[in-house]
Design a protein around this ligand. Structure first.
Ligand SMILES: [Zn+2]
Ligand SMILES: [Zn+2]
Length: 347
C-alpha cells in the first residue's frame, strides 16, 4: 500500500502530527490530486488548538487536516467521463461538498446545503501529499493564476461573496476585522470601486497589511475612536456598507452605529457566543443585515477567478509566509499570534 506524508489529528486533544498514512484512492466521482500548495485557515487553527467548537464538530479521528488547496489532477474516477477535467489540470477546490439533492442544493444554494460536508472537518483534508476531491468540487485554474493564489481561492471566495453581496462601486465601506479574509475584502472592495475604505483591527501587523492592500483609513479600536473618525470622514452620514469579519461584539455594535440609514451590513465573522444587539436602532435605521456563508457555486468562483487572472487583484502582499509541511507547527504558532497574512504549506 503506497503511503504519503500528512498532517493528522491523531487524538481528540490539542495538536496534530505529521505521519505517514495510506495514500487515498479516488472514488468513481472523484479526482486524485497531487497537492502543490495548501494554506492554513483559522478553522484549521481551531481544530489544531482543539477549542470548544472543534471538540463538538470533529467526529472522525484520525483525520487529515486542511481545506484550502491547489494541486494537480493525477487520476480521474470512472464516472468522470467529460472533458472539463483532465489529468494534469491544476485545480483549486470548493470545500463545501453539497449533497446535490436537498432543497437548497436543488434551488441553486448548494453553499448552504442542509447535508454539507467540509474537507478537513467532516472528511479527510488537504494537508498531505495527495488528496481526493469530488470532481464536482474541482475548480480548474486559468493558466495565469499561480499555485500560491490557487491555494487561497477558497477564502478569497468568502471575501468576494461578502463584498459583492450588494453594491460596492461608489460606496464607502468599513471592513471590521482584518484577518486574511478581511484584508481580501478590502482589496476586492478597492478594485470594485469603493471610494473610501475603512478597516479596523487590533493587530498592528494585519492593520498595516490592510493598508497595503487598499484600506484608506486603518483604525485600531484599542487606540483610535472608530465611531468619531468614521463620522468625520463621511461628513456625518456614516458608511454605506459594513463587511463584518471579526465576530467581535464591540465591532458589531460599532458597525450598527456607523452605518448610514439604509446601509448594508454583511456578516461573515462568527461570534463565539450569542450577543446583544440594539434592534431598535437597526429597525429605525432601516438597515439590511445579511449573513454570508461560503461561496456561491460557482458564481463566486467565476468572479474570483476573473479578478486574479485579469491581474486586477494582486494577493502577493497577503501571502506572507511559505513553509514545508514539516514546519506546520511553526505555521500554527504564527497564526496564533496573528502576525501574518496567509501561511502556505508545501508538501
Ligand atoms: Zn478556510
Ligand atoms: Zn444539499
Amino acid at each position: 500500500m503506497p503511503t504519503m506524508k500528512a498532517i493528522v489529528k491523531t487524538k481528540p486533544a490539542p495538536g496534530a502530527e505529521l505521519i505517514e498514512t495510506e495514500t487515498p484512492s479516488p472514488g468513481p466521482d472523484d479526482v486524485l490530486v497531487k497537492v502543490l500548495a495548501s494554506s492554513i485557515c483559522g478553522t484549521d487553527l481551531h481544530i489544531f488548538q482543539w477549542n470548544d467548537w472543534a471538540r463538538k464538530r470533529i467526529k472522525h479521528i484520525p483525520q487529515i487536516l486542511g481545506h484550502e488547496v491547489c494541486g494537480e489532477i493525477i487520476e480521474i474516477g470512472a464516472n468522470v467521463n467529460h472533458d472539463f477535467l483532465k489529468i494534469g489540470d491544476i485545480i483549486s477546490a470548493e470545500t463545501h461538498i453539497g449533497c446535490g439533492w436537498c432543497y437548497e442544493c436543488r434551488t441553486g444554494n448548494a453553499h448552504i446545503c442542509l447535508n454539507s460536508r467540509i474537507f478537513g472537518v467532516d472528511i479527510h483534508g488537504v494537508f498531505a501529499e495527495f488528496c481526493v476531491v469530488p470532481a464536482a468540487n474541482a475548480w480548474v485554474l486559468e493558466k495565469k493564476i499561480t499555485k500560491d493564489f490557487g491555494s487561497v481561492m477558497e477564502p478569497l471566495g468568502n471575501a468576494v461573496h461578502t463584498a459583492l453581496a450588494g453594491p460596492v462601486a461608489g460606496c464607502t465601506v468599513l471592513v471590521t476585522g482584518c484577518g486574511p479574509i478581511g484584508i481580501m475584502a478590502v482589496a476586492v472592495s478597492r478594485i470594485c470601486g469603493a471610494t473610501k475604505i475603512f478597516a479596523t483591527e487590533i493587530n498592528e501587523y494585519r492593520l498595516q497589511l490592510a493598508k497595503k492592500m487598499g484600506a484608506d483609513i486603518a483604525l485600531n479600536p484599542q487606540k483610535d475612536n472608530v465611531r468619531d473618525t468614521i463620522r468625520e470622514e463621511t461628513g456625518d452620514l456614516g458608511v454605506d456598507v459594513v463587511l463584518e469579519m471579526s465576530g467581535n461584539a464591540g465591532a458589531i455594535n460599532d458597525a450598527i452605529k456607523v452605518l448610514r440609514p439604509g446601509g448594508r451590513f454583511s456578516l461573515l465573522g462568527l461570534p463565539d457566543q450569542p450577543l446583544k444587539l440594539d434592534l431598535n436602532e437597526i429597525i429605525f435605521k432601516y438597515l439590511t443585515i445579511q449573513g454570508i456563508n461560503g461561496r456561491r457555486m460557482f458564481d463566486t468562483w467565476y468572479q474570483s477567478s476573473r479578478f486574479l487572472s485579469s491581474g486586477r487583484l494582486d494577493l502577493s502582499p497577503l501571502i506572507t509566509h511559505r513553509m514545508r509541511l514539516e514546519e506546520f507547527e511553526k505555521g500554527m504558532e504564527l497564526m496564533e499570534t496573528g502576525n501574518c497574512g496567509k501561511v502556505l504549506l508545501y508538501p
